[in-house]
Design a protein around this ligand. Structure first.
Ligand code: SF4
Length: 605
């Protein structure tokens, strides 16, 4: 089988030893790679109930069979671990040169276990891996870390992934940065890296990735690029990037506003939406090996934040630091974005937590006597930015916020859990589910907590003509979207070209054949996805998750949305339960969410 190396590199930071871990071809056939391989390995190798921040937790950096093959959108990797935020399954995706360099170094990924007795970084090339002293990097932000490591290598094109101070301080929303502006953001993967005293990973490969038919990959890229050039959706995405989503969610009434109280915000328009961000555009950029250059390089040209430049901000950051906090100033959102990236925290979780605190201040549930004098109120940009720093550095009240919104609600008490917007401890991303019930189901049953990457229901419910305020057909819709993305995240390609070109799983079947020489139909891909999602469910069940964890916050279930086209809508517990019943049945799980014997047999689990 081409396209894969057939082995991982296992590194034990406690003993300082490393060894190749062969991966049998049958595992690639049953699980593909990426997410699929990740759950198979985590399920088999991680002892149940492992403390996520203990040396025993495992940290996987995994590629897929399309990584490094020049298939469009294929410079992705996934970090798989047990999350310190949810204590369950965690898969966090990122672009990054490190994905391709790992394959070029001869490995499909890394398995990191143990804990170094001092800060260290991994330096890997085609000859092997070294565990090097990183005391000189400890405390540095992730941009400075990456810059220094690239300078030491005298090579700007090495792959570098690193954590900022937040990861070192075990902040539960700490991310892993790559190529400066790309983050494996969700679930606290940076804290797991920090718990192992691992500051960074540097990889430079020296081999080429063998493919079955490289010319076929080139031809498929050309064909699909021509389709993209004729697609208005792909063209809009290439011009405006993800900020365009803000215009979609505002019109659809699902733009999170004031801690998910409202679903629209007029003041966002032409300021922090596609038009506003486009005004700050310097250039377009794409991830390595992608013809959809959806990344916008922007710069602040005047005012207090003049000179700030970054790749972004992406929609999620605009939503969570913009409308959700009532901040309509793009330079502030950009500054928040840069701060989060450098200090190493997830912009989605951070923005969500700060908005929650703003609501607590508004309701008088928190006072400045608990926050070292800092009043954190809706619309207050300086307070928001100060809160980011305190979270990342675990300073004062920031130490409580660094544990995630669920913990902050426990600390605040007074029924504040009702408007703590999370599922299983992972903070909501920037889609209001009361205006699109499929998003509610998608968040509720997601094994990693509230997630916008398992499925992107707005494509159906806001743009695709599916009625948004009904539960009819939503279980089947979400299963279909989950399984499609599961295939893409296991082959390990970006899911955006699939949506915007669009490129169906039949197209990826052609790419897969060209890369690996194996023939897998769309139907077979979907069977593999069903198996993967079931095994992830089994992992979470083993960790103690139950049906009651597949739920939504009180606000989403009970409070009618007060504005926009979805005015008056709320999901309701009965509706959610019906959708969950249907979803479980479609998966072959019983009413408690436990896969039946028949299902296990079907999936050979
Ligand atoms: S579509 Fe955008 S995010 Fe995805 S790989 Fe291409 S440039 Fe990167």
């Amino acid at each position: 089988m081409k396209g894969i190396c057939g082995r991982l590199l296992e590194i034990d930071l406690t003993s300082g030893k490393s060894k190749a871990l062969p991966v049998k071809k049958e595992l690639y056939e049953k699980y593909l790679g990426g997410r699929g391989l990740g759950i198979k390995l985590l399920y088999d190798m991680l002892p149940p109930k492992t403390d996520p921040l203990s040396p025993e937790n495992l940290l996987f950096f995994l590629t897929g069979p399309l990584t490094g093959t020049y298939v469009t959108g294929s410079s992705k990797f996934v970090v798989v671990t047990k999350s310190p935020l949810t204590h369950g399954w965690c898969d966090s995706y990122s672009s990054g040169r490190i994905s391709v360099e790992l394959k070029k170094a001869g490995y499909d990924g890394l398995v990191i276990r143990g804990k170094s007795n001092h800060p260290c970084y991994l330096r890997m090339d085609g000859k092997g891996v070294e565990i090097r002293d990183a005391r000189f990097l400890w405390g540095k932000d992730s941009f400075e870390t990456e810059r220094m490591l690239k300078e030491m290598e005298k090579n700007p094109s090495v792959g570098v992934s690193s954590i900022g101070p937040a990861g070192e301080k075990l902040v539960k929303l700490a991310c892993i940065n790559s190529d400066f502006y790309r983050q494996a953001g969700r679930g606290g993967v940076g804290a797991v890296m920090g718990s192992k005293n691992l500051k960074a990973i540097v990889v430079k490969g020296d081999k080429s990735v063998e493919t079955f038919d490289r010319q076929a990959i080139v031809d498929l890229n050309r064909k699909n690029y021509r389709i993209a050039l004729k697609s208005p959706v792909a063209q809009a995405r290439m011009k405006f990037g993800t900020p365009l989503t803000l215009n979609v969610t505002h019109v659809g009434g699902i733009l999170p506003t004031m801690n998910f109280r409202f679903g629209t915000w007029e003041k966002a328009l032409e300021k922090i939406d596609s038009v506003g961000v486009y005004k700050s555009l310097k250039s377009h950029k794409a991830c390595l090996s992608c013809f959809i250059h959806c990344s916008l390089v922007t710069e602040v040209s005047e005012g207090k934040y003049k000179g700030i430049t970054l790749e972004g901000p992406e929609y999620e950051t605009l939503g969570m630091f913009g409308s959700n906090q009532l901040i309509d100033c793009l330079p502030v959102v950009m500054q928040a974005n840069i701060l989060c990236d450098k200090l190493g925290i997830d912009t989605i979780s951070a923005g969500n937590i700060i908005a929650f605190v703003m609501e607590c201040f508004e309701k008088g549930l928190i006072s400045s006597s608990q926050t070292e004098g800092l009043e954190i109120r809706f619309g207050d940009a300086d307070a928001s930015l100060a809160a980011v720093e305190r979270i990342a550095m675990r300073q004062g009240f920031g130490d409580i916020l660094a544990e995630g919104v669920r913990s902050v609600a426990h600390y605040v008490g007074n029924d504040s859990e009702r408007f703590a917007m999370h599922v299983k401890g992972l903070e909501f991303p920037a889609y209001e589910p009361r205006g699109a019930f499929g998003s509610g189901l998608s968040y509720a049953v997601s094994p990693r907590g509230a997630c916008h990457r398992r499925a992107w229901p707005p494509a159906k419910e806001i743009l695709g003509g599916y009625p948004p305020y009904t539960i009819e057909g939503k279980a089947a819709m979400i299963k279909e979207l989950y399984d499609e993305n599961c295939v893409l995240h296991s082959l390990l390609v970006c899911d955006m070209p699939a949506k915007f070109v669009p490129m169906s799983l039949d197209v990826y079947s052609e790419y897969y054949h060209a890369a690996s020489g194996e023939s897998v139909s769309k139907a077979d891909f979907l069977k593999i996805a069903d198996r993967i999602e079931t095994l992830i469910r089994m992992f979470n069940n083993r960790e103690g998750f139950k049906r009651k964890d597949d739920t939504l916050p009180y606000r989403t279930l009970n409070e009618p949305l007060p504005d926009g086209p979805a005015k008056g809508q709320f999901i309701g517990e009965e509706n959610l339960n019906k959708m969950i019943d249907e979803y479980y049945a479609l998966r072959g799980w019983d009413v408690s969410g436990i896969p039946t014997e028949e299902t296990l047999k079907k999936h050979q689990l």
